[in-house]
Ligand binder design. Structure first.
Ligand code: HEM
Length: 397
């Protein structure tokens, strides 16, 4: 049997070119009428799942929709072959070697030494002004610096590493520059890694250099590939998530008051609800490797897929009054960090970063409020499938 593409789209917006102005409304219509629908990405027919049930099942179905089928296409000399391009035993072993550092216990251990002090350090720089743009001055910087400090790279190189990390992402527009950034980054890390192999400290780079799983250690190449994944996977996502949480609170005064009344208890739930309400990876891209009939829909091999996390997280079959931002919701399961074997390795860290950044911000900046700016909103950021606030101009007393 050879499957063929349908002769019409259910929605002919090209989701990889830009974000439709009525994104939420479109996703709602699709979820109600056709939760597995034919849409477009890069001009190609693409299947998009919008219900919680289908997005959840698709993430978990590693046989039908292996992560490697999509990420394998992005392997280049710039980013290398990381765990997202692996399946089965190879994925299990590689993930096990880096997992210990990201467990809840280890994340709790770095709150006092890293997460809280860094939030204070960034706020110290603008507090006296009584105003700030929290995207440029806080949310964008915070997660990158956390990764750099966790790794234990010399702080003097923060700006260089941040520049290389951003340069490496721009593969499609500027491949030569991205490759140069990747090489410079590896040349910089290489001697530090060699040093940590012989004289480990307690930082993440030392752990990566010395951790053993079933008698195996990570090779230098595997470590470089993991490091180059950490920036897109761990920094951009958290920066957008933290921004959306701040935006949600500042535009929902009753929810903000509820959080302010109990910062140590409620910031974590404000973060969780923001991650449900506006997930940074709004549309997760995947690819279908071979002809399949899945949940009654014929999908030819080679078809791009979109798991619409934003739509799944607002499915009324799972979440009552789903469009409402409600800090008291306590959601049991959200699709924001993926599901199944490739579930986000940094989920504990991302949640803790957001929780403590919100606590410190709200504690330090009384009467924090958005400056009247009708253009400030949550929208496509960096690429059309990622979302966060375009700016967060604020004042405080
Ligand atoms: C709010 C912040 C974050 C969001 C929304 C997020 C989202 C995701 C999602 C959706 C996936 C699964 C992708 C897929 O199945 O194709 C994923 C995987 C991953 N994330 Fe995160 N992430 C966040 C923060 C972080 C952080 C802080 C780190 C580490 C510093 C991290 C490291 C990873 C890694 C290494 C993977 C690959 C796991 C694997 O393939 O087994 N993420 N993330």
């Amino acid at each position: 049997m050879t499957l063929s593409f349908p002769d019409r789209f259910d929605d002919d917006w090209d989701y990889m070119l830009s974000e439709p102005p009525d994104l939420l409304e479109r996703l709602r219509r699709l979820r109600e009428s056709k939760p597995a629908a034919w849409v477009k990405t890069w001009g190609k027919p693409t299947v998009m799942f919008t219900s919680f049930e289908l997005v959840d099942a698709a993430f978990r179905d590693k046989e039908t929709f292996p992560s490697a089928a999509f990420y394998g296409q992005t392997v280049t000399d710039v980013l290398g072959r990381n765990m997202q391009c692996m399946e089965g035993e190879e994925h299990r072993r590689n993930r096990a070697l880096v997992s210990p550092f990201f467990r809840a216990k280890n994340v709790t251990a770095i709150v006092e030494s890293l997460l809280e002090p860094l939030a204070h350090e960034l706020i110290d720089r603008f507090e006296a002004r009584g105003e700030a743009n929290l995207v440029a001055e806080f949310t964008k910087i915070y997660p990158v610096k956390i990764i750099l400090r966790m790794l234990g790279l010399p702080q003097a190189a923060d700006d260089d590493v941040a520049r290389w990390a951003i340069g490496m992402l721009d593969i499609q527009n500027n491949f030569d520059h991205a490759l140069r950034c990747s090489k410079e980054f590896m040349a910089f890390v290489s001697p530090i890694l060699a040093e940590r192999r012989v004289a480990p400290t307690d930082d993440l780079l030392s752990k990566l250099a010395t951790e053993e799983f079933e008698g195996e250690r990570l090779s230098d190449d595997a470590i470089f590939n993991f490091l180059r994944l950490l920036f897109p996977a761990g920094a951009d996502t958290t920066y957008l998530g933290l921004g959306s949480a701040i935006f949600a609170l500042l535009t929902h005064p009753e929810e903000l008051a509820r959080v302010r009344a109990d910062l140590s208890g409620e910031c974590r739930w404000a973060a969780e609800e923001a991650l449900r309400w506006s997930p940074p990876v709004a549309l997760q891209l995947r690819a279908n490797p071979k002809d399949v009939v899945w949940n009654g829909i014929e999908i030819p091999g080679g078809t791009p897929l979109i798991f619409a996390t934003l739509a799944a997280n607002r499915d009324p079959a799972v979440f009552a009054d789903p469009d409402r931002f409600d800090v008291g919701r306590r959601p049991k399961a959200i699709c924001t960090f993926g599901r199944g074997p490739h579930f986000c390795l940094g989920a504990h860290l991302a949640r803790a970063e957001m929780d403590f950044a919100l606590r410190v911000l709200l504690e330090r900046l009384p009467r924090l409020r958005l400056v009247d700016d009708p253009g400030a909103r949550i929208t496509a950021s960096i690429v059309p499938v990622l979302r966060g606030p375009n700016r967060l101009p604020v004042r405080f007393d």
